[in-house]
Design a protein around this ligand. Structure first.
Ligand SMILES: Cc1ncc(COP(=O)(O)O)c(C=O)c1O
Length: 396
């Protein structure tokens, strides 16, 4: 198993180093085998890449028990979202086709739908709520596409197998369901949906996977889609030759074969998830259970907390763009990064004593965040909205 080495992220523009827990990347970095594969490919960079990425497609097809024709590579999963949206939503000029999303969800879903000329239908859901019934109720004769993240970003929530089976069986044939599974490797809940099984049953389904997260290759931009041969062929029509580059293909091939690195990544995530779960409880913070490599925390004035943590060298994600101004999203890091985060949160909460993470929350006497305690370092008014208030706004 690979060692957990401390990696601090350094910005390109300044000399400051910080702990970056803002983008759900792999804190262990890329697989050493992927780095070696990149080195070995460098001398061939005067050549074009494999046009269709067949060696990588073959390896991925084998891994998933599918045919190469059921698999398409993309410049990140995001490019494949774009292909799906265009394939489903363009060419409906007289009566624009509709696409459904359940919010909050990954922001690019909205963008790809709008760029493809579709009508965006956002279904606001309470945090952590299964969105499937609400999505089904919103399907009309014009609906052609539904995009759903599982685990969802920013909530970390997943869909159960039984709910998903019922949902796909009830969907009209003309509606493509895109399941964005960028974080699928992190899931360890036994009831989570087995989407490959549904694909094998012939549903109108596209599964999106990414090598940006558990495989640690975000900077290379590589992802893949799994679907029926006919659907993949249709999406392939959207693609430029050479949409994925030589280094990305070589690194991805090596990364998916590096089980040690993946196991170390998942072990680190489980450890961090358990540690932060206990710490957040001990600190009295509201958060959602997660099946991914990040947590969504309710903190009051999200921006103030983002700034307060930044002042202590920790970068986390503000949630205003997700219409969750009272929340922040925090990626799970290496053990020492998670500890630094907890210490910084304690500092912001003005908790002097170490939280006793092994004790049940009820026995701890932890000071709740007060208006004054956070205001001081960041000079901003702090709101502490109740959970109920936030949810009302979300489902409005
Ligand atoms: C749910 C979700 N899907 C897709 C992506 C992007 O994947 P890629 O880097 O492969 O484009 C992200 C990145 O944060 C994400 O959160």
């Amino acid at each position: 198993m690979a060692e957990l080495t401390p990696t601090t992220h350094t910005t390109h523009t300044t000399e400051t180093s910080f702990i970056d827990l803002s983008a759900n990347e792999n804190p262990l970095g890329p697989s050493p085998k992927a780095l070696r594969a990149i080195e070995q490919s460098l001398s061939g960079l005067h050549r074009y890449p494999e046009k269709d990425g067949d060696p990588l497609r073959d390896a991925l097809a084998l891994q998933h028990g599918l045919n190469r024709e059921q698999l398409l590579l993309g410049n990140g999963a995001t490019e494949l979202l774009e292909f799906a949206a265009r394939a489903c939503l363009s060419h409906h000029a007289d009566e624009p086709a509709e696409a459904l999303i359940a919010t909050p969800c990954f922001i690019p879903y909205q963008k790809v739908i709008q760029r493809a000329g579709g009508t965006l239908v956002s279904i606001p859901c309470s945090l952590g709520e299964d969105p499937l019934d609400a999505l089904l109720a919103a399907v009309t004769g014009r609906t052609r596409l539904i995009i759903l993240g599982t685990p969802n970003n920013p909530t970390g929530s997943t869909i159960k197998q039984t709910s998903l089976e019922r949902f796909v069986a009830a969907l009209p044939k003309q509606v493509l369901l895109v399941l964005d599974e960028a974080y699928i490797e992190y899931i360890d809940h036994p009831e989570c949906a087995d989407s490959l099984r549904l694909l094998a049953q012939g549903h109108n389904l596209l599964l999106l996977r990414s090598l940006s997260k558990a495989y640690g290759l975000a900077g290379l931009r590589i992802g893949y889609a799994l679907g029926t041969t006919a659907l993949i062929d249709q999406l392939n029509g959207q693609r430029q030759h050479y949409n994925t580059n030589t280094l990305a293909q070589a690194a991805a091939l090596a990364a998916i074969a590096d089980q040690d690195h993946l196991s170390a990544t998942l072990a680190n995530n489980r450890l961090g998830r358990d540690y932060l779960d206990r710490a957040f409880r001990a600190l009295g913070l509201n958060f959602l259970p997660t099946q991914a490599n990040f947590f969504l925390l309710e903190v009051g004035d999200g921006d103030a907390w983002v700034q307060g943590l930044a002042q202590q060298g920790i970068r986390v994600k503000p949630m205003d763009r997700y219409l969750l101004p009272h929340h922040i999203r925090i990626s799970i890091g290496l053990p020492h990064q998670n500890q630094a985060l907890v210490a910084a949160l304690q500092q912001l909460l003005h908790i002097r004593a170490e939280p006793q993470l092994n004790q049940p929350c009820s026995r701890l006497r932890i000071q709740q965040p007060s208006q004054q305690s956070i205001q001081q370092p960041i000079q901003q008014p702090i709101q502490q909205p109740s959970q109920k208030k936030t949810q009302q706004r979300l489902s409005a």
